[in-house]
Design a protein around this ligand. Sequence first.
Ligand code: ADP
Ligand code: MG
Length: 407
Amino acid sequence: MKLDAKALRYLTSEDFRVLQGVEAGSRNHEVVPTPLISQLSGLRGGSGVHRSISNLAKTNLIAKVKNAKYDGYRLTYGGLDYLALNAHQKQKVVYSVGNQIGVGKESDIVVVAHSSGSQRILKIHRLGRISFRTVKTNRDYLRHRNSGSWMYMSRLAAMKEFAFMKALRENGFNVPEPIAQNRHTIVMELIDAFPLRQISKVPHPEALYSELMDIILEFARFGLIHGDFNEFNILIKEIADPSGKGKASVNADEESDENVRLEPVIIDFPQMVSIDHVNAEMYFDRDVNCIKRYFQRKFHFVSDAPGPFFADAKKNFMKNPGKRLDVEVEASGFSRKMARELETYMKEVGADGDAGAARDDLDDEEEDDDEEGSEEEEEDDDDEEQEQAGQSSADVDESSNRLETLQ
Ligand code: ADP
Ligand code: MG
C-alpha cells in the first residue's frame, strides 16, 4: 500500500468533512452506517453527503463494506494517511511529499519536505498489514475483532516510537530528531546515510562492533532495550575526521577514507522494552546476538570478549543508572496499559520487526507469501518484497526533484 499523495488535491471541503466523519464513526463502529456518517460530518444529509461518499470511495479513502447487516463504510489506510498528512501540512510540518524509500513489514517510509526545502522522513505505521495476508490463523482471529484496531494499534506504535525517540534524543543518544506525530505517522529528521546492511566493507570492524555494543549497554543504563537492534536499524553516517584518527572507514583500500569516521545512528523503536520487562534478558541477548552474527557473517569478525551479558548490563544499570527513560516515556503519555495493548497486538499479528527479516535472510530461503486474497476490498495487492535495505544519499537527492506539492 503506497501513500497516494495525488488524491490529496482533489477533495472538496465537504469530502474532507465526510472523511473526518467516517474516522470519528470508526472509533465505535466497525462499519460506519451512512446516516451516522452524515450526522458526524456535520453536513445536512442529502445528495452532497452521498456525492462525497462516492468520491471518497472512488479514491479508496473509504471502503464500502459488503454483506454487512446495513449499508456502511469504513476508513482505509489511504483515508487515514490522508488525514494524517493533512494535519502535518496544516501544522506546517510537511509541505510536499517525495519518494517512498522503504516498504517494511510494518511501515512505509516516505521522503517529505518542509517549506524551507529541507527534507524529512515520514514514517507511516501499518500494523497488521502483512498478517492479514500471510498468517491465516491470525487473519481469522483478527477478522472477529474490531477492524478499527489496526488503526488504533498503528497509532499506538507511532506514539510509542515518537515518545522513545524524543526521550533518547534529549538524553544524548544518536537518533533522528523527532519532529511531529499525528495518528499513525511520525515525521523525523532525514539521516543522510546507509543502513549498516548496505555497507560492504569496514576496515576496523572491531571499533564499530564495540561502539554498537556500547550503545546496547548505554540503552540498558537508561532502563531500555531496543528489541530490534540489527543491520537494518543502524544507519551509518560518514563523518569527515580531519584528525585522521578515523576508527573505521567504508573503504579500506583508499587511504583518504581513513579520515572518515563512521557514526551509527539508531532508528526504529516500536519494539523497545523496559529493562524490567519479563522477557528483558531474551530481548537483550537477541539484540547482542544479532550484531555478533552479522559481524561474523559480513565482516568475518568475531570478538574475543564474550558477552555483553544481561547480568552485566543490569549490574551497570544498578550501580550507575542513567535517567529511567522507560519511566519517563510512561509519564509522557504512552502509558503502561498502551504498551501492553501494543505488545499483545504485535504478537498476535506476528509483527517481529526487522529481526524476523534478518533471521529469514540468514537462511537464504524465502517462503512464499500466502497468496490468498484478503478480505480487505480496498487494498491493492501490494506483494512487494520487503525493501528494508532502503536508502542511499543518491536516492535522497533524486527524490528532491520529484517532490509533489500537497493541494
Ligand atoms: P520498519 O519498522 O519498517 O523497519 P524503519 O524505521 O526501520 O521501519 O525504516 C525502514 C528503513 O527506512 C530503514 O532501514 C532506513 O533505510 C530508512 N529510514 C527510516 N528512517 C530513516 C531516517 N530518519 N533517515 C533515513 N532513512 C531512514
Ligand atoms: Mg527497521
